[in-house]
Every structure is written in C-alpha cells, then in structure tokens.
Design a protein around this ligand. Structure first.
Ligand code: PMP
Length: 384
C-alpha cells in the first residue's frame, strides 16, 4: 500500500499526544465561536483588538469590493499593484515611523522573502532560539550561516557577533514571542547592532496594533528608531484582516521589490483588503480605549489564575501561556475546558520545546471581564 509509512508515523505522533488536527468554525472569528453546532467562549485567536468582525471594517470591505473587484489578478510587478495597495503602504510606513513600506501576502511570506533578499551565502543570521517558525525557515532559505542564541541572551549574542568577521550580519527576532508572550530586549539588540555593524530584523506580528503609542508597535513601545531596523508586522492579527508588511529604508524596500521571491512570484492580495486595512489602521490609531480594556483583562486574568497549580508564564501581553509541561496533560486540560464550553489551544512540541506544553491563552479587546472570570473559574474547577 502507498503511504503506509506515513500512516505509521502519524499513529506514533497520535500516541504521544502530538497529532495536530483542525476544527471547523461555523461562525465569524470572535470570543464566541461555534464549532460542531456548539458555541464556545474562545481564548485562542490573535484578534487582539477585536477587529476581525468589526462593523466598520465589514462595511469598508463591502464598499471596496464594489469598487475594486475581488481579486488583484496579477503579481505586483506585472499589473497587480493597485492604488489601494500603494495608499496602504504609505499609510503603514508613516504609522510605524519608517520612510517606506511594502505589502506581502502573509507574515510567513514577508519573513521568507525579506531574510532571503537581505542575506545569502557568506553572511550570518543571528536568531533567538524561540523565534517563530517562519523566521527559522527564512534563515534556511537564505543560505546564510545561522547562529542561534539562547532566548533573550544578549551576552551570548554579543560573543557570537564578535566571532563573526566577514559578510553581512542580520539579527532576527520576534518582538512579542508568539508562544511565550514576553518581549525581546529591542533596545539592547539595537545597541549590539550599532557596535557590531549589524542589521536588526524585527517581527512585530504580535506587537503591531497593541503595543506602543496609538498601537504603532514595538519600536514605539521602546521609543527606538534606527535605519538599521527592518520592521515587519502582520495584518491578520490585531489589524483583524489579512496580510503583512515590511517597513524600512527605501534601499531595503527596493531590494525586496527586486529580490524577495515571495513578493515577486506571487499574486497581489485583493486590493479591497487594502481599503479595509486603511480603515483598520484608523481604528488602531484611535483604539486607546480598546487597548486599556485589553490591559485590564490581562491583569484580571493574571490575578485570577495566580493560585492555580500551573503557572502563567511571565508576560504582560495579550499572549498568556499557562505552562503545563506534559503533552497529554495539556491536551486533557484543553479537552476539560472544551467540555465546559471554553476553547483554549494546547500548544505542544515541536511548536514549543519538549516538556513545555502549554495552554496558550490569548485575550482580545472583544472579551469581557465576565469572560475572563468564567475561564478562571473553569481552570480552578479542573485543578480540583
Ligand atoms: N511571525 C510570527 C511571530 C507569527 O506569530 C506569525 C503567525 N502565527 C507569523 C509571523 C506569520 O504571519 P501570517 O499568519 O500572516 O503568515
């Protein structure tokens, strides 16, 4: 039989509690989702500002589709680049304080394309060990030498930089670590870049829209700015829609337009999405009340879960992982919550290191305080 070996491997994964599967949502993304006809209180989306289902964005997209149609129909460099894309790029660049920006179809593609375009054979990429999988794949694709440093370990990174004499040096890091919720020490990383003539590529997938003044992201959060920084953020998380962008010096952006394969060789995103995203940036900019509410929820969750046998990892962001350790126990807890009408994803290796399976609780400004209380009560019940 073909594929018997694949099936055996899948069966082995299942026995270890590592098989991944999907559930089908029968409702829009929101804190209240419907799966298999049953409604759940969900704590697993990255819709941090609750915009994925926002009436202004829905209206903007409906209107934009009438004007721009549903598809771009071509790659950007052929005939797919529309004025809607162009306006969004300009708005995003000025919003995050960079001279230029470039839209990518997804964050995954932005990471692949940018790292691959900026470094190659003979260069070195320095990467935090807990970086997102897309950054790891990007480094491999680039063919640069890869040097990974322990999570947040600036001293080790400095040693690695000192040992590297030739070629371009690119430090790549998540800003908010996607499975941990903690924030990279960007100020220290930038100082290292200046001392060692390196560039800093930051993946702000989980910071854009929620961190910094008016949600301008992690650079604003730390009050840093430098032409050495190449900034990337996604538009399918706090911005609630889809896509990603890189913002940087014009020479970087023009290099990407010419050399980033995941930009050049793919169809542009539907221009109507860019129109919706222009509205989304407005909502983010004016979203101080949503961000304050989100912070109250984070505090409430941390207080509410303080005396559980499992501990929340150290995090001030909307990503609040509850460390369980064992894969099967993490699955069992996730299942226990599900039986109580609550949806929280169990994250297991290889997404996280062995022995650190966790419930990745994510909060959204669309949650209420009562939602957080319900989650805390259910976890206490399961602990008993
Ligand atoms: N970087 C990080 C840190 C992420 O968490 C994600 C999404 N999980 C991505 C990149 C990829 O973004 P996208 O979903 O837009 O491909």
């Amino acid at each position: 039989m073909p594929f018997t070996q694949l099936q055996t491997e899948l069966d082995e994964r299942a026995a270890q509690g590592l098989l991944r599967s999907r559930r089908t949502l029968e409702s829009p993304q929101s804190p209240h989702i419907v799966v298999d006809g049953k409604s759940y209180l969900a704590f697993c989306s990255n819709d941090y500002m609750g915009l994925a289902n926002h009436p202004h964005l829905i209206a903007a997209l409906q209107q934009a589709v009438l004007q721009h149609g549903v598809g771009a129909g071509a790659a950007h460099l052929v005939s797919g680049h529309s004025d809607a894309h162009h306006r969004l790029e300009q708005r995003l660049a000025s919003f995050v304080g960079k001279p230029a920006a470039l839209l990518f179809s997804t964050g995954y593609m932005a990471n692949l394309g940018t790292v691959q375009a900026l470094v190659g054979r003979g260069d070195t990429v320095f990467a935090d060990k807990l970086n997102h999988a897309s950054l790891n794949d990007a480094m491999l694709l680039s063919r640069a030498e890869v040097k990974r440093y322990r999570h947040g370990d600036i001293a080790q990174l400095e040693q690695l930089l000192e040992q590297t004499k030739n070629g371009r040096k690119l430090i790549v890091t998540d800003t908010v670590f996607s499975m941990d919720g903690d924030i990279a020490p960007l100020r220290e990383l930038l100082a290292l870049c200046e001392r060692h003539d390196a560039w800093l590529y930051v993946d702000d997938a989980h910071g854009f829209g929620v961190l910094g003044e008016q949600g301008r992201g992690s650079l604003s959060h730390f009050g840093i700015d430098s032409p050495r920084i190449v900034y990337m953020a996604t538009l399918g998380k706090a911005a609630g829609v889809f896509g990603a962008f890189v913002a940087a010096e014009p020479a970087v952006i023009d290099t990407l337009v010419n050399h980033a394969h995941s930009y050049v060789y793919t169809t542009a995103t539907p221009p109507a999405l860019s129109i919706a995203l222009l509205e989304s940036v407005n909502l983010i900019e004016q979203g101080a009340a949503l961000r304050e509410h989100l912070h109250r929820l984070i505090e409430k969750l941390r207080e509410g879960l303080a005396d559980l046998p499992w501990k929340l990892m150290q995090s001030d962001t909307a990503i609040q992982p509850l460390l369980i350790g064992d894969n099967l126990q993490a699955l069992k807890l996730s299942e226990g919550l599900r039986q109580r009408g609550i949806w929280v994803a169990a994250i297991r290796p290889p997404t996280v290191p062995q022995g650190t399976a966790r419930l990745r609780i994510t909060l959204s400004a669309a949650h209420s305080e009562a939602d957080v209380e319900r989650l805390a009560e259910a976890l206490h019940e399961l602990a008993r």
